[in-house]
Design a protein around this ligand. Structure first.
Ligand code: 9Z3
Length: 315
């Protein structure tokens, strides 16, 4: 355990951990897309948002897997608010979880709102019509500023997160990471995994899941050392939430932990920094808490960039 305190060993432990998983076959292709997107950033800010839950397969030819509750609401809503604040957004999200813009309606609502006129033209009816035209406008205006990358498994998430972090590193403090995905803390090493669908005729099974090391540590220290990093801490027991959030802040040395409790996460969060705890609540059901969270994060990110400039001037 001692060796984990040595920053160099830390990286070696994580690199070793990655070898438990096969590299996604499209990793290089994703890197090309991300690099191209980053070229378009100019001198403005960029945020990498992670969103949705990861799956942990229990068979190589996966029929069954361990999943979690995350719907990707926090990440997808936040992406839209960052775009409104003129950020370029890389949205790394779980396939089939909520996406920016399309999250506002589902396919049946869309079909329900469409009709075909006598002349054969497709028409959109109220009440979705008005909402839809605003969403279409916003989407068309922002689509060049948004890059979508999907993952499904924990392994894909881990590889993409590391690769995209390497790609955004040169942006220095202009890059922010907003880690809202609900990432599994447990995994099954490939060597312990059944190749084919496990047969029920063989009787009950027990699963032994190993602990996923905390990759926030190498991420903050090595992958994106100058970026502004925001993580989320989720608990179901409110009495341990703040303590766990503060411990995460100290352990990883990043800038902000946003603490939320499962049941109240859409109405209340607490921003935890070295100096203070700031509670954000909403009671107006029309409002999304993400708009207030993103306001705060953007203000803090701007101050962080500015602080870096002032230090540069002094040197
Ligand atoms: C969060 O806490 C997110 O706010 C939610 C959003 C996943 C609760 P939804 O996707 O929910 O809108 O349904 N994300 C981070 C959860 C997490 O696993 N954090 C790790 C931890 O708590 C640290 S990075 O240990």
């Amino acid at each position: 355990m001692e060796c984990l305190n040595d920053p160099n060993i830390d990286l070696a432990v994580i690199d070793q951990f990655y070898t438990n998983f096969a590299e996604p076959s499209n990793l290089a292709e994703i890197r090309v897309q991300v690099d191209k997107f980053i070229e378009s950033v100019g001198t403005g800010p960029l945020v990498l948002i992670t969103s949705g839950g990861t799956i942990v397969p229990i068979e190589h030819n996966t029929v069954r897997f361990v999943d979690n509750f995350s719907a990707g609401t926090r990440g997808s809503a936040s992406a839209e608010y960052f775009l409104k604040k003129n950020y370029k957004v890389i949205f790394l999200y779980r396939l089939k979880s909520c996406e920016p813009f399309t999250r506002h309606f589902n396919m049946s609502q869309l079909l329900e709102s469409l009709s075909i006129s006598d002349s054969g033209l497709l028409e959109v009816n109220s009440p979705l019509g008005e909402k839809l035209s605003q969403i279409v406008k916003d989407y068309k205006q922002q689509k060049e500023n948004l890059l979508l990358v999907t993952f499904t498994t924990l392994a894909e998430y881990l590889y993409y997160l590391r690769e995209i972090s390497f790609a955004v590193k040169p942006l220095g403090s202009r890059a922010a990471l907003y880690l809202a995905a609900a990432v599994s803390d447990f995994y099954i090493p490939q060597t312990n995994m059944a190749t084919h669908k496990i047969q029920s005729k063989d009787g009950p099974i027990s699963l032994c899941l190993e602990i996923v090391p905390k990759i926030l540590r190498p991420l903050v220290k090595f992958w994106v050392p100058a970026a502004f990093v925001v993580s989320f801490k989720l608990e179901t027991d409110a009495s341990i939430l703040l303590d766990k959030a503060r411990k995460a802040l100290h352990r990883y040395g990043h800038h902000l932990v946003i603490a939320n409790e499962l049941q109240s996460r859409k109405r209340e969060v607490i921003l935890v920094t070295e100096k203070e705890n700031q509670k954000i609540t909403i009671d107006d059901s029309e409002m999304e808490i993400e708009s207030l969270i993103v306001d705060e994060v953007v203000t803090r990110h701007k101050n962080y960039i500015e602080m870096g400039r002032n230090v540069e001037k002094l040197i």
